[in-house]
Every structure is written in structure tokens, then in C-alpha cells.
Design a protein around this ligand. Structure first.
Ligand SMILES: NC(=O)c1ccc[n+]([C@@H]2O[C@H](COP(=O)([O-])OP(=O)(O)OC[C@H]3O[C@@H](n4cnc5c(N)ncnc54)[C@H](O)[C@@H]3O)[C@@H](O)[C@H]2O)c1
Length: 344
């Protein structure tokens, strides 16, 4: 918010001029609320406002905003009225908001991007998004360094709220059955590749900055996030070979729901730091979730309350903390293509 003192006899003309000049702010123009406060102070208040709610607009840096999750995060934040900059190695054509070419492994790039955009919150998604894209030494080194650079710069620049993309791969279901289901955030971590190990380190780095610098960093253990156009094909492949779905617990997350989770987490007034499972609401196959778990993992997995088709990865913590409820339930009968109206 910006407060400006004005001489009384100039208030009207300055207000008119300011309202006309908001066009210079481009996409910000409809978001700026100019109100005069009459009385002795004769001040006007310039308060950026979000289109969808009463939540004040923020400057948000989205690292990795060109990626399959990031582009939905950028679009969702812009649609909600925030001022968004995508910091990535390369742009995605047609994405709204600003773009800065940033290499997250370069601390100078990270500090300058955050300072230049006057960011108030960060969604940190930029990373090698799996093992095997680059050599393991680089997967681990770049991802761990990128997270450290972002958190250290936020601490130094006074940016408090950060979403940190971790992964459900920290649980290691590709190589070992869940110890119990539904899987909550207390489940032991068993990283089984360089990517998952870097995510564990990223979470621990986040915890260090929470404890030592008072930041609020939420580490999202995303599972099976896909763009809407990708999901139906994956469900068909999984239906033909249900065992292939076991490592992601037969669940997919629509990227639009992942984006919603990110936005809710930075908009919430108070929210506990720490890990949060983020996934879709249900298993995508016709078989009930408990049956899938019992068939594929057997006695290795202790079954708790897992009714109907509810996802074996519990998102109860995210729901309680910032109201995350996935909106797009995909399965063998339900699809939600990109152009479908939103189902809030
Ligand atoms: N998609 C999933 O199912 C899933 C699951 C768990 C976790 N995640 C995590 O979520 C995040 C986003 O995943 P995604 O699926 O959108 O991946 P993606 O590969 O589509 O996007 C990652 C983006 O990060 C950018 N990037 C990589 N290294 C960078 C660097 N050094 N500097 C700047 N930008 C860099 C890439 O250019 C890319 O645009 C990642 O951290 C990933 O590990 C994704």
C-alpha cells in the first residue's frame, strides 16, 4: 500500500490524473483501487486489490514458471490479480505476466531477480524434474543449490512466504511399499534416486531457514502432476497395467489443482511451515483404493481408513492448513479438458 499526502485544493485534479495514469501499469490498471481519505490528513490510498477476492495483490516470483506445473501456477496467480514474474532458463510463449531469464544455480541471478521484482512471495518450482534428465551429480547439485539460493536470498531480502516444490518421490514408493496407507507427512522418507535425495535436502534446507531465519516455507510433496491434456492417456495405460500405477499410488494431480494449492498457500494469512502432500482427490482406476493397495503391496502396507476411491496419499494436512481441495477428479469415466469451465 502507498500513502501520499496531498494539498486539499489539488486533490481532485491529482486523483483524476492518477486514475488516468494507471494505464501505464498495463495489466495492473484494473487492480489499483484509488480512494481519497478526506479530513485533516488529506491522503489518498493506492491499494492493489485482487480481482477474485479481498486478498491484497502480491508481487510473486515463480521459479520454473515455464514448466508443466509452473505455467498453470503463473496463469492462476495472474487471474487472481497478483503481479507475477516467471524466472526460468527459457520462456513459454503466450504466458501472462513478466519473464526473467534466470539460472537458479547462480546466486547473483536469484538475488537480482527477487530484488528487481520486489517479490513478496516465491513459488519455487525450477529444478531438474526427475532423475535421468542430466547426470546424477548435476541433478542433485543443481537442485540442492537452487533451493538454497532461493531461501538464502529470501531471508536476506525479507521475503517470508515460500512454496518449495518437493516430491512424493521422497517416500520411495518406486522401490518400497508404503508402510501404511493413507500416507501422511509423518511417513518415513526413503529417497531412492539423486532427484528424490535432492528433494529431501531441499526440505531440510527449508526447515533450517524456517528455524534460523523465521521464514514460512511450505514444502509441497507433489505427486503425479500432469497437464490436463496428458491425464486421460495415462489413465488408459494404467488401466491396462495397474501395477504400473503403484509407484504413484494410482493417483494423478491436475496441474490446475497444483496451481490452486500454491496460490492458497501464499494467500493464507497464517500457515504452518513444513511438508504437505499435494495430489488429486481419488485413485483414477475403477477398483477401490484399499483393494489396489492390498493387491499390489500385500501385507507390507498396513491399511488404515481408506474408503472408496480416496487417494492413498493423504492431503488432509493441506486441507486443514490452507483449504486445499482438488477440484478436478479424473478417473476412467470422468475427464476435465482444458477448456472446461472451472468448478470451484
Ligand atoms: N510434475 C510432477 O509430477 C512433479 C511431481 C513432484 C515434484 N515436482 C516438482 O515440481 C517442480 C515443477 O515440476 P514440473 O513437472 O513443472 O517440471 P518441468 O520440467 O516441466 O519444469 C521445471 C522448470 O524448471 C526450469 N529450470 C530447471 N532448472 C532451472 C534452473 N537452474 N534455473 C531456472 N529454471 C530452471 C525448467 O526450465 C522448467 O521450465 C519441480 O521442482 C519438480 O521436481 C513435479
Amino acid at each position: 500500500m502507498m500513502l501520499v499526502s496531498l494539498p486539499e485544493n489539488q486533490l481532485d485534479s491529482i486523483l483524476n490524473s492518477l486514475q488516468a495514469q494507471t494505464s501505464f501499469f498495463g495489466t495492473l490498471a484494473p487492480l489499483i483501487d484509488i480512494t481519497a481519505t478526506p479530513g485533516n490528513n488529506r491522503r489518498i490510498k493506492i491499494q492493489p486489490t485482487c480481482l477474485e477476492s479481498e486478498i491484497a495483490a502480491m508481487n510473486v516470483l515463480v521459479t520454473g514458471g515455464s514448466g508443466r506445473i509452473g505455467r498453470y501456477v503463473v496463469r492462476d496467480l495472474v487471474a487472481a490479480g497478483h503481479v507475477v514474474t516467471n524466472a526460468d532458463l527459457a520462456p513459454t510463449p503466450g504466458l501472462p505476466g513478466g519473464f526473467l531469464r534466470v539460472d537458479l544455480t547462480d546466486a547473483g541471478d536469484v538475488y537480482q531477480a527477487l530484488a528487481y521484482t520486489q517479490s513478496q512471495a516465491v513459488i519455487h518450482l525450477g529444478a531438474w524434474a526427475n532423475a535421468g534428465i542430466v547426470p546424477d551429480t548435476r541433478t542433485f547439485g543443481d537442485n540442492a543449490r537452487g533451493a538454497y539460493n532461493v531461501f538464502q536470498a529470501c531471508a536476506d531480502l525479507g521475503i517470508q512466504r515460500i512454496v518449495n516444490a518437493s516430491s512424493a518421490q521422497v517416500y520411495g514408493f518406486a522401490k518400497a511399499a508404503p508402510l501404511y496407507a493413507p500416507v501422511d507427512e509423518d511417513h518415513p522418507l526413503r529417497p531412492c534416486n539423486s532427484y528424490a535425495l535432492a528433494k529431501v535436502v531441499g526440505e531440510q534446507t527449508a526447515d533450517y531457514f524456517v528455524q534460523q531465519f523465521g521464514l514460512t516455507i511450505l514444502s509441497f510433496r507433489f505427486m503425479g502432476v500432469r497437464m490436463p491434456g496428458e491425464i486421460a492417456g495415462e489413465i488408459a495405460a494404467m488401466a491396462a497395467d495397474p501395477a504400473s500405477g503403484a509407484w504413484l499410488l494410482w493417483t494423478r494431480t491436475d496441474a490446475r489443482d497444483a496451481a490452486l494449492a500454491c496460490r492458497l498457500a501464499i494467500e493464507a494469512a497464517e500457515v504452518p511451515a513444513g511438508p504437505y502432500n499435494i495430489t488429486g482427490a481419488q485413485v483414477v482406476l475403477d477398483q477401490p483404493a484399499a483393494e489396489l493397495v492390498a493387491t499390489h503391496f500385500g501385507a507390507s502396507t498396513k491399511l488404515h481408513d481408506l474408503p472408496d476411491h480416496v487417494s492413498p496419499l493423504s492431503t488432509a494436512r493441506a486441507q486443514a492448513a490452507f483449504g486445499y481441495r482438488p477440484r478436478y477428479v479424473w478417473n476412467q469415466r470422468q475427464r476435465h479438458p482444458e477448456n472446461e469451465p472451472e468448478t470451484e
